[in-house]
Write a protein that binds this ligand. Structure first.
Ligand code: ATP
Length: 453
């Protein structure tokens, strides 16, 4: 079997993202802030769609999950209890010659990868960002920006049990920002210092954890596949004994074949009762769960699927990026799943003649209330189709002069470039059905189909 190769190189993707308004360097006009990124008009829609798809699959469509949104700043003792104050560090080495800093565990040789100089002995570098609460910068007021969303869930475990009456097994899901002062960042949005996580803590009866761990590994793998990532570009990598974090008894990474090679997209860990036990010890609160079936009190075990929004966005973009020969040109398209595509429909009047634009604008105004829709009346229709292809818009609706006579418009499909003509009265339903994945070639009454070109 041949090894799969990455589908796009990073430079091409970064350039498309900047040129078309997906992702910009943060504080660009001041020369940029290293490893911080801003999501532009299309990027923000993509990101919202990823979070929405995750929330829908994990919270809305399940009866064993509830959501939470906890604060970024937490009591400093939380990080003492979780082990982050002492243990959340990477080994840092510095080149004695050029003074560049590196993560010792990521280096292949023992000399500076940049200049070949000698490196210092590694020292542990804590990755939590510190800040001060209140007006006086004194030690007592030091707080941290959370390096993961998980702890907000653990410290609310009791609140959730008491208010929702959820019984085991059940999970708590959260999406939110996390901050890590990473020693080395890079590969675009893959590793940054401010990023977003989508985390689940799934609480189970001790003894049931192995089964649930396997369940969540499969479930999360399927989620990426369902949203269009090719299975051959995903792989599971179970952690070896020596690699496991201090809190985990089992861990598997879901890896994606990014342009720089296989890298972690999401980690799924069996954390046992480590976190709840630590919080019991440090807070003095009893966080045991009362099992009314067996009449026992115990601390549940936890399975944690922890994903990154930004890494997911990068994986979805990479996997969607396609170049196709088209006459003498190369057609660039993002074959994004319709649920993820930033814009669902573009309305394109064939010319700027007033009667045509008025007609097209009325269609745009209607569709916009139901779907993220854009309107474009500049340049040739071919150029406009290509522009929509490049940002992954699944459907274009073209309004031509015949539309004024027969009240029908053309729907053009991104991936196949097939076109169908439908009565305006059936337009919205047809688009919504197609976006929901119903058969692309079922035509409404009065419709016809042909191929672009
Ligand atoms: P890595 O080994 O790549 O540093 P990690 O194992 O420390 O990652 P986790 O602590 O398991 O990462 O975090 C869960 C998820 O959060 C990761 O799978 C990733 O998607 C995301 N994530 C973690 N750190 C970053 C970062 N610096 N930038 C962007 N996303 C991140």
């Amino acid at each position: 079997m041949t090894e799969p190769v990455p589908t796009v190189d990073m430079e091409k993707l970064v350039s498309l993202c900047q040129r078309r308004g997906f992702i910009f360097q943060s504080s660009d006009i001041y020369g940029g802030l290293n490893s911080c990124w801003d999501y532009g008009p299309l990027g923000v829609e993509l990101k919202r769609n990823i979070k929405e798809a995750w929330w829908r699959a994990n919270v809305q469509e399940r009866d064993d999950m509830v959501g939470l949104d906890t604060s970024i700043l937490m009591h400093p003792n939380v990080w003492e209890a979780s082990g982050h104050l002492t243990g959340f560090s990477d080994p840092l080495v510095e080149c004695k010659q050029c003074h560049l800093r590196w993560r010792a565990d990521q280096l292949e040789g023992d000399r500076c990868p940049s200049c070949g100089g000698e490196l210092t002995e590694p020292r542990q570098f804590n990755m939590m960002f510190k800040t001060f609460m209140g007006p006086v910068e004194e030690d007592a007021a030091v707080v941290y920006l959370r390096p993961e969303t998980a702890q907000g869930i653990f410290v609310n475990f009791d609140n959730v049990v008491n208010t929702t009456r959820k019984r085991l097994p059940f999970g708590i899901a959260q999406i939110g920002k996390a901050f890590r002062n990473e020693i080395t960042t890079g590969n675009f949005i893959f590793r940054s210092r401010e990023f977003e996580q989508m985390e689940i803590e799934f609480f189970v009866k001790p003894g049931m954890d192995k089964e649930w761990f396997e369940y969540w590994v499969q479930e999360r793998l399927n989620w990426y596949s369902r949203l269009g990532i090719r299975r051959e570009n995903l792989q599971l990598r179970p952690h070896g004994e020596d690699e496991l974090a201090h809190y985990a008894s089992m861990c598997s990474d879901i890896e994606y074949l990014f342009p720089m090679g296989w890298s972690e997209l999401e980690g799924i860990a069996n954390r046992g009762d480590f976190d709840l036990r630590q919080h019991v010890e440090h807070s003095g609160k009893n966080l045991e769960y009362y099992d009314d079936v067996t009449n026992e009190h115990y601390l549940p075990y936890v399975i944690e699927p922890s994903a990154g929004v930004d890494r997911s966005a990068l994986a979805f973009l990479c996997d969607a990026y396609t170049e196709e020969p088209d006459k003498d040109e190369i057609r660039v398209l993002l074959k994004l799943h319709p649920d993820l595509a930033p814009v669902k429909v573009a309305v394109l009047p064939l010319s700027r003649k007033e009667n045509l634009t008025a007609f097209a604008r009325a269609i745009y105004a209607d569709l916009r209330q139901h779907l993220i829709t854009s309107y474009d009346d500049t340049q040739s229709i071919g150029r406009r189709y290509r522009r929509q292809d490049e940002v992954g818009t699944p459907y274009c609706v073209t309004v031509d002069f015949a539309s004024l006579e027969d009240n029908r418009v053309t729907i053009r499909e991104r991936d196949t470039m097939n076109q169908i003509r439908v009565p305006i009265g059936a337009l919205r339903d047809t688009l919504q059905a197609k976006l929901a994945g119903e058969d692309l070639f079922v035509l409404p009454e009065g419709g016809e189909v042909w191929k672009e070109g």
